[in-house]
Design a binder for this molecule. Structure first.
Ligand code: SF4
Length: 386
């Protein structure tokens, strides 16, 4: 049974590797603690640099002692290190400390300072289903990594997905914009399979199934925030097969360098997930060699998610139209803004396109997806782009 998904731009997802080394949506502990200090220094007189680390260190030590008293031996995945997982699980205790020391009104600011830093959806699932220092007897949800930082291999998943029903020519009643296409499989929505170079041999073995007789009926959309490593992987295997779309994510000007790195990946087709978009990028983004742009706002908790200015999407749309790049609006997120004014949509993630203005209702896919199998399923020997 295929792992069906609500994600608008694909039919299924598959994760040969779960967990991740992080990115701007799940920063390293040092970056989170610095951001918390920066935020609280503006609100609390006497808050000094390094105080967030001090408080979290104490909280981790106390929680660790409690854990040892409760279960004796820590289980695999429990740690008393300063990790992003521990910071997340101890965030309410942190907010309580701030409240007790500096006053009740600052509790929300302290909580916000932590939660606004950790917004990756895949990470949140792991934080809710994996090991926790404050809930040491909790079992890890089947099929997940022990913690999000524990990058874990799951053999056999890609092969199972390759054997799924061929969807070419099929209608998708809930995603009509995909009608007629081969099955679109999003690789790596629950982590970043390219976190570690040491996983390359495993990936090469597992991804061989995408070139099997069944696997090559589908299109595999492989997304990473590490396109530099994808380039190395692609070079190792002689280029990504023709039934792949190499993809990376851009969230602001700071991550535009990933587009240049993606251009260097030896692949037939390349796409960008410009989601969540936090600022305008249309003036600077270089779309040469790019076939697909997906754009979207941030979803999550109101008060924590950042604004998504609809104009940023429309500017990108115009640029894509000028350069012949397929453009896909995924969702407007929790906090859409038009002409400087926030507006509310009924759909919680802003993903019901019937609520949008006509100019936003665009869900295109690259032409390549349509003609990949026009002449029949390619033979394995014809799969490589170089
Ligand atoms: S899974 Fe993706 S979004 Fe989440 S932390 Fe890893 S790279 Fe970032």
């Amino acid at each position: 049974m295929a792992d069906k998904t609500k994600i608008e731009w694909c039919d299924s997802t598959v994760n040969p590797i779960m967990g991740c080394g992080g990115c701007e949506l799940y920063p390293k502990p040092g970056a989170i603690l610095t951001a918390i200090d920066t935020e609280l220094k503006t609100r609390i007189e006497g808050w000094k640099k390094g105080l967030a680390r001090e408080v979290f260190r104490e909280l981790i030590d106390v929680a660790w002692q409690d854990l040892l008293e409760k279960i004796g031996e820590p289980l695999s995945g429990h740690t008393n290190e300063m990790t992003t997982t521990n910071i997340w699980h101890l965030r309410t205790q942190f907010a309580d400390r701030v409240k007790n020391q500096f006053g009740g009104k600052l509790s929300f600011a302290a909580l916000w300072a932590v939660e606004s830093q950790i917004t990756c959806y895949a990470a949140k699932l792991h934080l809710n289903k994996g090991r926790s220092i404050v809930n040491p007897t909790r079992n890890v949800h089947a099929g997940h990594a022990l913690t999000f930082e524990t990058v874990t291999q799951f053999p056999g998943r890609v092969s199972d997905m390759a054997d799924e029903v061929d969807l070419r020519g099929a209608d998708r009643p809930d995603k009509p914009w995909l009608n007629g296409l081969p099955r679109l499989v999003f690789v790596s929505d629950m982590g970043d399979a390219l976190t570690r170079k040491t996983d390359f041999p495993f990936l090469q073995r597992e991804l061989a199934a995408t070139q099997s007789e069944n696997g090559l009926k589908h299109l595999w959309l492989w997304l990473t925030k590490r396109p530099g490593l994808m380039r190395l992987y692609a070079d190792r295997v002689g280029g990504l097969p023709r039934n792949y779309c190499a993809m990376t994510t851009v969230t602001s000007m700071k991550t535009l360098h990933r587009v240049d790195e993606l251009r260097d990946v030896n692949a037939q087709c390349r796409g960008l997930s410009v989601e969540p978009l936090w600022s305008s990028v249309a003036d600077e983004i270089d779309l040469r060699g790019i076939d697909w742009v997906i754009v979207g706002g941030e979803s999550g908790k109101l008060g924590v998610v950042r604004e998504f200015h609809v104009e940023w999407a429309l500017e990108l749309k115009q640029k894509c139209e000028q350069q012949g790049v397929a453009f896909f609006v995924k969702q407007l997120g929790k906090c859409p803004v038009l002409r400087g004014e926030p507006f509310r949509l009924n759909a919680p993630k802003g993903d019901d396109w019937t609520e949008w203005s006509d100019d936003l209702q665009t869900r295109e896919v690259p032409e390549y997806f349509h003609y990949y199998r026009a002449a029949g399923v390619p033979s394995p020997s014809a799969l490589f782009s170089c």
